[in-house]
Design a protein around this ligand. Sequence first.
Ligand code: GLA
Length: 410
Amino acid sequence: MFFKLISMKKIFISILVLTSIQSFSQKFENLAPTPPMGWNSWNTFQTNISEDLVKGIADSMVSSGMKDAGYTYLVLDDGWMAMQRDSITGNLVPDPIKFPHGMKALVDYVHSKGLKFGLYNCAGTKTCAGYPGTRGYEYQDARFYASLGIDYLKFDWCYTDSINAQEAYGTMGKALVTAKQPIIFSLCEWGTHKPWLWAAKDGQLWRTTNDIGACFQGEFDTSSGWKPNCVMTCVDQNEPLRKYAGPNHWNDPDMLEVGNGMSVAEDRTHFSLWCMMASPLIAGNDIRKMTAATRQILTNKQAISINQDALGIQGWRYASKDSVDTWFKPLSNGDWAVCFVNRSRQPQKISFDWNNENVQDNISLQQLNAGTIQYKIVDVWAGKNNETTNKTFHADIPSHDVVMLKLMKQ
Ligand code: GLA
């Protein structure tokens, strides 16, 4: 009898442990081993979206080489819904004017191009643009997304009053898993409740900043009085959070503004830093008519290989001197990425003696051993590869531009 009681107790404890593990892991496994790459409608089109736009973007993702470069997710942001839910079923309704053939046909079209499809909603009662929010409909909306076969959900934080962020995102995460359609869950509460501390169990990426704008440094006034973050503000806020990021749980300093109005140098810097920070690469420009310069930035193979490196380590700012920031990011096989960023309005000369620097990553414990190992240097943007770390590196960096290098172990 005594032994029976003990084994009953053991079974009871095992059930408890199992249930708590199950309720802890509430996201799909391994949907984003490297930072997600794709396109999102918001930065260029806001709510002016339509079936024709999506089809045009999907076609261009293929014909421009974006898809081959790794951009897989086509995400429709705010503005895809009608103003009301269906009065009988309570389901979300795609705007019948913008999407005359419904959403499922569009999802199928995007899938037929070998791409994946994403949608947007919000944890509050309304989306930020005033469309029906998900609050109170989490499980129903998750079933709706599963019935459409979508692959990605961006989940915003407007009209949330005083609800608890961890609970709200936890509920939606669980609803998605319960609906059984593997969906990347992108938390978009702008870093307000420090999602890096709790969201790795819920989703694959979380915003760490307010909304980005197409400006390099400082903040600018738009006509509406709304002030977005400029690129370098997002960088400065995202950089200290590196220890929280890794495969399947990424810091997200917001979508790309490459091709949306900054100079080519600034676009290159923006993209380079998103690669150094292992940030999701979600293009936000009109890729149907991008310039060759924009396309070359967005599809640069070496830069993308730094972003998509399998170790998934977010790089860090190693030094900051005379308005030049020096970044390092450890890569697989003992390789490294390095980026010199000129933040000033003047050109800057740099020189870097690999042998005299002690580059050590306190988080991944990787160390650059230029003293004992000779690395081949690949210049990511100039395309040159005729130097090694044996001699001091020199460069002239134009204002707001970068030199990004890949150091390859020989
Ligand atoms: C918020 C988000 C943006 C975008 C808009 C849509 O501001 O942060 O990325 O999704 O809402 O209304």
